[in-house]
Design a protein around this ligand. Structure first.
Ligand code: GCU
Length: 129
């Protein structure tokens, strides 16, 4: 299985909004998280088999303050306080790469802001096995 992309604007958004006013995104836009701890985007991803996968999160943060997020898979924290530091501009997109464990079949991946600034702008996640 190659990389499968899941757009943030098509995911479940809690306290955030899909927008398209900063260029360079994939798909039809990105998610602008509300500036609040607890705001999240949750994707449903499919895995042919259980095991480790590479998770990439594409984001932009036009501030100079980090926007850390917890990454949960199937409701359990897989990585806490993952840094999403400033990228220099809201139009400058970067990718964070993590390793997560997936179940066979359907999984949820949730990226939850942990500080009052909320999350960065998130374009998509990719799952690579
Ligand atoms: C600006 C920017 C948004 C961003 C927001 C933020 O308003 O245009 O795209 O999400 O700042 O600080 O979260």
């Amino acid at each position: 299985q190659g990389a499968v992309r899941y757009e943030a604007e098509n995911a479940v958004i809690s306290r955030g909004v899909a927008e398209s006013n900063h260029a360079g995104f994939s798909g039809t836009g990105f998610v602008n998280y509300d500036n609040a701890a607890g705001s999240y985007v949750q994707w449903t991803v499919n895995a042919a088999a259980a095991g480790a996968a590479t998770l990439r999160v594409r984001y932009a943060n036009g501030t100079t303050t980090g926007r850390p997020m917890d990454i949960a898979v199937n409701g359990a924290t897989a990585a806490a306080g993952v840094a999403f530091d400033g990228t220099g501009a809201w139009t400058t997109w970067q990718t964070r790469t993590l390793t997560v464990n997936l179940n066979a079949g359907t999984n949820t991946v949730r990226a939850t802001a942990t500080t009052a600034g909320g999350g960065p702008n998130v374009d998509y996640i990719e799952i690579q096995r």
